[in-house]
Design a protein around this ligand. Structure first.
Ligand SMILES: C[S@@+](CC[C@H](N)C(=O)[O-])C[C@H]1O[C@@H](n2cnc3c(N)ncnc32)[C@H](O)[C@@H]1O
Length: 232
């Protein structure tokens, strides 16, 4: 993965916080072990997943390298600057590590070593990705125009997020919807690394064309959360 893109999100932190979807609570429950109390949200960004975990009554540590993203994290969480490769959390101290839309940005061997270090025995690693349902209509045209990678048409049964000695994965898809209008969709597109790293004129043109693809008025955006869990 392009390291420039991995650490690009802070430049669009406001748009990210305002326009990216949350995660369905059933998907979050799916990746947690029974009786979980303390959970690490790794690559927490603006805290979309953190907020769902907090609302479940969990103690949450949110680790994220980018200060501009971290500034948006719900103050009920313990927000720490750090990376998946160098996690500022004690050994064996969390019941689960969850990663929303970020595992693909990590050095996966180093991240898995961190996960194994911080998890208590029997703890779980949960990976979640929100992908747009691009099976029909304007969402397909939009995903193609932007070059979105997180889209349902690229989700396959044979996928595996990490296949080197990570234990058996369980996987489930969860459909959800986000109330939206054209401004929100354009802000969502502006928060994507593939757009953030474009030269300014190109970025503006890409987003203007995106606006032409999106309907006017209010509608719902169709998302699917692709959720994975293992006991590493
Ligand atoms: C697409 S955002 C996802 C944010 C949040 N988890 C969510 O679900 O909305 C990806 C995040 O991963 C962070 N990130 C990139 N490389 C990282 C690394 N090596 N370790 C930890 N976080 C990283 C970025 O700064 C960014 O905030």
């Amino acid at each position: 993965m392009d390291p420039r893109r991995a650490l690009s999100f802070g430049a669009a932190a406001e748009a990210y916080a305002a326009a990216r979807p949350s995660y369905p609570v059933e998907a979050v429950r799916f990746v947690l072990p029974v009786g979980a109390r303390r959970v690490l949200d790794l690559g927490a960004g603006t805290g979309k997943l953190t907020s769902v975990l907090l609302d479940l009554g969990l103690d949450v540590v949110s680790v994220e390298p980018d200060d501009a993203m971290l500034a948006h994290v719900d103050p009920r969480a313990q927000a720490l600057q750090g990376t998946a490769e160098d996690v500022p959390v004690e050994d064996g101290s969390v019941d689960a590590v969850v990663v929303g839309q970020a595992w693909h940005w990590f050095d996966q061997d180093a991240a898995m070593a961190s996960v194994r270090r911080v998890l208590r025995p029997g703890g779980t690693l949960g990976l979640l990705w929100n992908v747009i349902d691009d099976s029909a209509g304007w969402p397909r045209a939009l995903a193609e125009h932007i070059g979105m990678e997180d889209r349902l048409s690229l989700v396959h049964e044979a996928d595996t997020p990490y296949d080197r000695a990570a234990g058996a994965w369980r996987r489930q898809l969860f459909r959800h919807e986000q109330p939206a209008d054209a401004d929100l969709v354009v802000a969502n597109m502006a928060s994507r690394s593939v757009v953030i790293v474009l030269p300014e004129a190109e970025r503006t043109a890409r987003l203007e064309r995106a606006r032409e693809i999106v309907p006017t008025g209010h509608f719902t955006l169709p998302w699917v959360t692709d959720a994975w869990v293992t006991t590493p």
